[in-house]
Design a binder for this molecule. Structure first.
Ligand code: SAM
Length: 311
């Protein structure tokens, strides 16, 4: 998809039109991750290795950079991913941690049940715009066009998935790069040294020209309505995994038996483990999003991991 076409889609959406192409494909940005990345990131050896990750929020990339990953490819189906990635990166580079939240947070910020009136405010935008332009000229054109013509909240409501953004405490718990000023400043230094590539594509159709030490497929697996489709995704992506590499096949919410979501096939563990047996799936569990939000220890989230052993 070329730049003019993507910008046109964004403009029509911000004009309040029904944009079939966006609706049909569920092309939507996630402002921040919805996964407990802190729960799983240390299970992967990222230092000086390569990573292929999904995630339009760019948070997987920034957290991996903090853990010294130096070669990251972001692959996402959402056509706005690249432009949001560079907006977030320029914000990180030019703003302090408080300003970063003030500029990019919307729901439940700075107080629960309130919307942030300073979302994409002009003063902070002026601080980041030069860097944005240098990082990626199309991203600069994209945000300049939108911010000149639409209210920040219109842009947020139209181009982003509208959910109750996590509270500050939750966001800082699940994202190591946002936890404390030190981590934030370290990420600033480290992201500059990352070899970054951003690809807009459907992972079921994409043809990549290289392979990776780590692959993260987010929770796409929980959206697939047949085990055949889950298998198709894993078969396709495992080709791009290096020997001794690890693939996060799916992030899974609420995996304890008592709380396990039953509405999508991947949560039927008997079938999932049987189907995936050639990948020796390992289930790694950690404190779940629900428990972090409600400050209890009742629920766990998990990741399903495939380790590609050397033949
Ligand atoms: C399932 S969503 C949920 C958000 C996720 N939990 C996170 O924290 O980023 C994960 C991401 O997968 C992307 N996605 C969904 N289907 C895809 C596909 N077939 N190919 C590439 N990306 C896809 C979405 O655009 C989204 O950014």
């Amino acid at each position: 998809m070329d730049f003019e076409h993507i910008l046109q889609l964004a403009i029509e959406k911000c004009d309040g039109k029904y944009v079939e192409e966006l609706a049909r494909n569920f092309y939507i940005l996630y402002p921040f991750t919805t996964e407990n990345i802190d729960g799983y990131i240390k299970k992967f050896h990222l230092k000086d290795k390569s990573l292929l990750t999904v995630g339009s929020s760019f948070d997987q990339v920034l957290n991996a950079a903090l853990f010294d990953c130096k070669d990251i490819t972001l692959l996402d189906i959402c056509p706005f991913t690249k432009y949001y990635a560079y907006l977030k990166m320029a914000s990180l580079l030019e703003l302090n941690r408080d300003e970063f939240f003030r500029f990019l947070r919307y729901k439940n910020y700075p107080k629960t049940f309130k919307d942030n009136p300073l979302l994409y405010n002009k003063e902070d935008y002026q601080k980041i715009v030069k860097t944005l332009c240098l990082l990626d000229y199309e991203s600069y054109l994209f945000w300049d066009e939108l911010l000149q013509n639409y209210e920040p909240k219109t842009i947020r409501n139209e181009l982003f998935y509208s959910y109750e953004e996590d509270k500050q405490r939750v966001m800082e718990t699940i994202n190591p790069y946002l936890r404390i000023d030190y981590n934030y400043e370290e990420t600033k230094k480290k992201i500059k040294k990352v070899k970054l590539e951003i690809i807009q594509a459907d992972l079921f159709k994409v043809r990549l020209t290289r392979s990776f030490d780590t692959i993260w497929l987010s929770n796409i697996g929980t959206h697939l309505m047949h085990h055949d489709k889950i298998m198709e995704m894993i078969e396709k992506m495992s080709v791009y995994l290096n020997e001794n590499g690890k693939m996060l096949m799916s992030y899974l919410y609420n995996t304890d038996e008592a709380y396990r979501t039953k509405y999508c096939p991947i949560y039927d563990f008997r079938v999932t483990f049987e189907e995936l047996k050639e990948y020796n799936p390992e289930l790694i569990s950690f404190i779940g999003m629900h428990s972090i939000v409600f400050n209890d220890d009742r629920t766990k989230d998990s990741i399903l991991v495939y380790e590609k052993k050397k033949c």
